[in-house]
Structures are given as C-alpha cells and as structure tokens.
Write a protein that binds this ligand. Structure first.
Ligand SMILES: [Zn+2]
Length: 341
C-alpha cells in the first residue's frame, strides 16, 4: 500500500510503498476513504506533542472494513467505520465509568503511537472502530464524515462537560480554529448565545456565518472587558482553545456568577485565578479531554439527522499532505482540511 510516512518531527512526509496490513486477533483492517488533518496531528508533525517515529499519522479516519481478525464481533466486511483516537483498555475503572480518555492503561494515540490514516489501509484494535450510520453519504461527503470523530464530538463533549443550556451565553476563544468553529456551531445547536473570540477578521466572519451572535477581535479589543460589556455582568461559559496565560485569565475574568471556564489544552499554560472569585461566584474551572466512543456515536447520529454538518473547506490527495501541513502551520485553513483517497 501507499503511505505518507513521517520519519522524524519537522521533516517532510515521504511517500512509501509498505506491505498491506493483516488483521491479527481482535484487530480490523479498513481501507481509508478519507482522513482529517487538524491541529492535534499537526502538533505531532512539528514535534510539539508526543509521538513515536517512523509514523503514519492521522486519526480522523473514515474507512471501509476489508478484513476482520479472530475474536471480533459486531462488525462485517464492507461496514463503513470511523475511529476513536485513544487506544484504551476497556476494563479499568475509568473505562468502566464511561470516561475512557482517563484510562489507566492507555496504549497510545492513533496516528502518534500506532500507524493511522495517511495511508491506503489502517489496522487497529477492533474496539477503536465505530460504525458510521448508513444515512451519512460516504460517496458524497467522505471528508466531512471523516472529521466528525474529532471536530464535532470534541465540542459535543464540551456541551456536556460545561452543562451548557439554552439560557447560557458561551464565549469561544480561538473560535476561528478547526475545532473552535465547530464549537460555535454546536453551542448554537444547543440554543446558547455565542460570542466568538479570535484575532483574524476573516475567521470572525466565518464564525458569524456558522451562527455566532457576536464577535470580539482580540487583536485590538480587551477580551474580558468586551465580553463583560456584551453580557452586562459576565458570560456563563468560556471555552478556551488557545489556553495561553493571557486567554485563560481573560476568560476567568469574563465569567459571571456560576460561570464555567473550560480549557481544551491548546498552549496549556499555567495561569492565575483568585480563590476568592471561585468561592464568591461559584466558578468552575474545567478541563475537557477528548471524548468516549459512545460520544462519537452520538455525534455521528446528530450529523446523520442533519442537525449539524462539519465545515471542511479544503481537500487534498494523499500525496499532498505536505501542502496541508504547511497551510496548518500558517493557520491558513478555515474550518477543517482533509485527505480524500
Ligand atoms: Zn482503561
């Protein structure tokens, strides 16, 4: 099979011919139909997150099952599937409690520690795969379906983690990014009022197109003051995809009573927060790490019902992944990019 292989961080992908994978016990091999290209994998490409090399990266996979190993139940050859990026054990207390991203025995991340979707075929543990509803048209929208397992389910999980209701005003910091813009979309789907915060006029315009009620341009506005002005007392939820010291502190200052600040990692910097503020205003500071396989199934169902649709603005062939990652580094992509085979 053809695969785009990364031999070390910050080097170009190399097109290689590799043996087709063969399914072992409890494994499935799928033909890759499309694979999303987002910041999570881009950080691995640039050496900013942990990965092992040489590696075929890519975890937002839409595939079609071509081989099933022994011991696998519930799947058939020909099933359309997507993937959960976390290789979890399935039996620890966190897996049992439906909080798989906290698994005590995490065996790695698809596309960073085991080979992923920038290839013609992918072989993974069977429990990593989730069936795609047949009502999602994989011939017409392969790129869009491939990114649901990250771009839609990440904000879907945040809705639950931050207990977002239709009465809430939600500020999204880094709203123009690949997942940020889908957070705007999902918060609108949940009937919240949404304020998009970003530093590019083009990206803020894209946020308005997907439903943002208001925008704050952080390149020349004081974010906390602008959010307080816009809400007369403070926002209910801040979702911070940037998570620098400055954005986290602006976020916590922008919250009103009962406010919730959610960090999705991003720069993952330490920041200062007043315990008096947490106490007096009953503020919650939350992290939202990934999601469960069950939540991926729910996100697929929401898309299958036509409630929301992922925004993929650029598609490329397998051989063009170097171009995609140059554009990701330049922050030039609105919404998501994907490889379509
Ligand atoms: Zn586990």
């Amino acid at each position: 099979m053809r695969a785009m292989v990364l031999h070390a961080p910050d080097t170009p992908f190399v097109l290689e011919e590799r043996p087709d994978p063969i399914a072992g016990d409890n494994e499935i091999v799928a033909k890759v139909l499309a694979c999303g290209s987002g910041l999570t994998i881009h950080h691995a490409v640039r050496g900013r997150t942990d990965a092992t090399f040489p590696r075929v990266i890519g975890h937002e996979i839409l595939g079609e099952i071509v081989e099933i190993g022994s011991g696998v139940a519930g799947f058939s050859v020909g099933d359309r599937v997507t993937t959960h990026a976390y290789i979890t054990c399935g039996y620890c207390k966190w897996c049992k409690a439906d909080r798989e991203p906290l698994c005590d025995n995490l065996a790695g991340f698809v596309g960073r520690h085991v080979d992923g979707g920038y290839a013609e075929y992918v072989k993974l543990p069977a429990r990593t795969f989730i069936k795609v509803p047949e009502t999602l048209d994989h011939n017409k929208h392969p790129a869009e379906i491939s990114v649901i397992c990250d771009a839609i389910v990440t904000p879907y999980k945040v809705l639950k983690r931050a207990r977002i209701t239709p009465l809430d005003t939600v500020a999204v910091i880094g709203a123009g990014g690949g997942v940020g813009i889908h957070m705007v979309m999902l918060a609108k789907w949940a009937h919240a009022r949404v304020i998009a915060v970003d530093i590019s006029a083009d990206k803020l315009a894209a946020c308005r197109e997907v439903g943002a009620d208001a925008t704050v341009d952080a390149s020349h506005e004081n974010v906390a003051a602008a959010l307080k002005d816009a809400t007369g007392g403070g926002v209910d939820v801040v979702v911070d995809f940037v998570s620098s010291k400055a954005t986290l502190e602006a976020g916590v200052h922008a919250l009103g009573k009962g406010g919730r600040l959610v960090t999705l990692g991003g720069n993952a910097m330490p920041f200062e927060v007043s315990a008096a503020n947490l106490l007096v205003n009953e503020i919650d500071v939350l992290g939202s790490k990934s999601f469960t396989a069950g939540e991926i199934g729910e996100a697929l169902e929401i898309c299958a019902r036509g409630e929301v649709s992922p925004l993929v603005t650029e598609t490329y062939s397998l051989e063009e992944v170097n171009t995609v990652h140059e554009r990701l580094e330049a922050e030039a992509i609105t919404g998501r990019a994907a490889i379509v085979m």
